[in-house]
Design a protein around this ligand. Structure first.
Ligand code: ATP
Ligand code: MG
Length: 499
């Protein structure tokens, strides 16, 4: 049996092959712009940052207001208490004893000092002063500074005397905006100043008590202010951190999406190219296949005539015999190429019945026995006994035969051909490993292209036909190089249950 016979002819089988259609919408995915998402992520970062700054400003302002309100309330309660204590424990007894109040007299000043200090003892009061309501001079001061001096009274003193109401002012030695950058702040940087009229208590209900002076209470609130700023700092920091984390997450997601999109776009482009070239191949294949079909019959006549003439040596001289042999050989080669091409261009539909792959392998090895012996190639076979799958034994035989012939041709002399089989997830996995040079990494991607060959007399259709047979059985073929060299062809065929 010749290789041409082994490859066989399957004209009668199904030759229909639909051209692949280009999936619609592929091109549109290439136009998906992601730059807008990048802009959005930057925009959201700026937005989150601005929102967090506004929020922190708002929260810290509220905290400062709450602090001031608390201190004001405290100061008012203290001032009321002082007013009462001074009147009860100093003003009344002094008036009764001396007829008039004169703080310049040391005894009266000491009494007053005693009363004031007993009230403010342990409380956060930095300084307390009482101004004379007529001369505006300092009548009393806990630190005794500026006693009797005029011009030390705050500007709001007149307004307080006029309205007889309390006034609160925050005084700072530095601009408020600089405070966060100058932490820790010096003592006395932020001071709360409360001015309040000091009045006697009314003995008769309809008589308004006279104003005895103006009380100035000074509280150092730098510590509290620092705490407010610390809260503000924490809020800003937290907002910054959370927005950074959000931004990084968004950025990572975006990068991932971009990568996936790029990969998909590449795949789509490859698929498109494949579809285009397949379409071209299919239409070209149809034309060439019909020409090849027409060539085959006259070729058969040439081949058989040459064979007939060759078999009549009595009628031929030596030169004619040589020419006839050449005509016969070339006709044979041409007919093999035409048959291979027809097989590839119009792949057959497998006629599947349960077959044992061992039997198919036996047949292929038996057919090649002469050749393997001639080349001194040893055959190692490791296949389990039961390898029944639904398959077309003729087609599978041709597939295995093509793989084995390639192996023998690659070894080109002595060597070893190893065939193993195993069941895996319901499939049968066959591996053909030869001890030749292996697939050339430079051309391995083109090996399955029809007509790719590195052999002088090759058609380059052997492996494409194998692949088409394997695919027609619902299987898969992989080309690789063995761990210790040689070419490895792996064929996966669906088992019985997977038909
Ligand atoms: N076992 C192998 N070891 C190394 N290279 C191989 C092997 N099998 C195939 N190839 C390479 O793949 C190419 C394509 O193989 P394919 O069987 O499709 O065609 P061919 O063998 O060249 O021609 P034909 O099968 O028609 O004789 C070969 O020319 C060869 O370069
Ligand atoms: Mg081949």
């Amino acid at each position: 049996m010749t290789e041409a016979q082994a490859n066989g002819q399957h004209d009668s089988q199904d030759r229909t092959r639909k051209p692949l259609e280009l999936p619609t919408g592929l091109a549109s995915t290439q136009d998906i712009p992601l730059s807008y998402a990048r802009t959005i992520s930057w925009f959201s970062l700026v937005l989150i940052l601005m929102c967090s700054l506004v929020l922190s400003f708002f929260v810290s302002n509220k905290a400062r207001e709450a602090l001031l309100t608390r201190q004001e309330r405290f100061a008012q309660v203290l001032v009321e208490n002082l007013n009462h204590q001074i009147f009860q424990r100093f003003a009344l007894p002094t008036l009764v004893a001396h007829g008039r109040i004169a703080l310049r007299q040391p005894a009266q000043f000491d009494r007053m000092d005693q009363v004031v200090k007993s009230v403010i003892h342990g409380l956060p009061v930095a300084r307390l002063r009482i101004y004379d309501p007529y001369t505006r001079a300092v009548a009393y001061a806990t630190d005794r500074e500026g006693l009797g001096k005029q011009g030390l009274a705050p500007a709001k003193l007149d307004a307080v005397l006029e309205s007889l109401s309390t006034s609160t002012t925050m005084v700072s030695t530095i601009p408020t905006w600089q405070a966060p950058f100058r932490i820790p702040l010096e003592k006395g940087t932020f001071v709360l100043q409360v001015l309040c009229p000091l009045r006697g208590e009314s003995i008769q209900p309809d008589v308004t008590p006279p104003v005895m002076g103006v009380l100035e209470l000074t509280q150092d609130i730098t510590g509290d202010y620092e705490q407010v700023m610390a809260i503000q700092g924490i809020i800003v920091l937290m907002c910054l951190m959370s927005s950074m984390v959000l931004f990084i997450l968004l950025h990572m997601l975006l990068r991932r999406a971009e990568r996936i999109l790029a990969e998909r776009m590449l795949k789509n482009r490859q698929l498109e190219n494949e579809i285009h070239s397949n379409e071209k191949l299919v239409s070209m294949g149809r034309v060439v296949a019909s020409i090849a079909h027409e060539i085959r019959n006259p070729l058969g006549i040439i081949q058989s005539s040459a064979e007939l003439l060759k078999s009549r040596p009595d009628r031929n001289d030596a030169a004619s015999s040589r020419i006839l042999a050449a005509v016969y050989d070339e006709a044979l080669r041409l007919s093999r190429t035409v048959n291979d091409f027809l097989d590839y261009a119009r792949p057959v539909k497998p006629n599947k019945i349960p077959i044992d792959l061992n039997m198919v392998l036996d047949q292929a090895f038996a057919f090649m026995e002469v050749e393997t012996q001639k080349q001194h190639v040893t055959v190692e076979r490791d296949t389990p006994p039961d390898l029944v799958i639904p398959g077309d034994k003729d087609l599978l035989y041709r597939a295995f035969y093509n793989i084995l012939v390639n192996g023998l041709q690659a070894m080109n002399g002595e060597g070893k051909m190893k065939v193993t089989a195993r069941r895996e997830n319901g499939n049968v996995v066959l591996e053909f490993l030869d001890s030749g040079p292996g697939f050339d990494p430079k051309t391995v991607n083109s090996i399955l292209d029809p007509f790719f060959t590195t052999k002088e007399a090759g058609t380059g259709l052997g492996l494409p036909i194998v692949q088409s047979i394997v695919i027609s059985h619902g299987g898969r073929m992989e080309l690789a190089n063995g761990e210790t060299g040689g070419a490895l062809v792996r064929v996966m065929l669906p088992g019985e249950g997977n038909d």
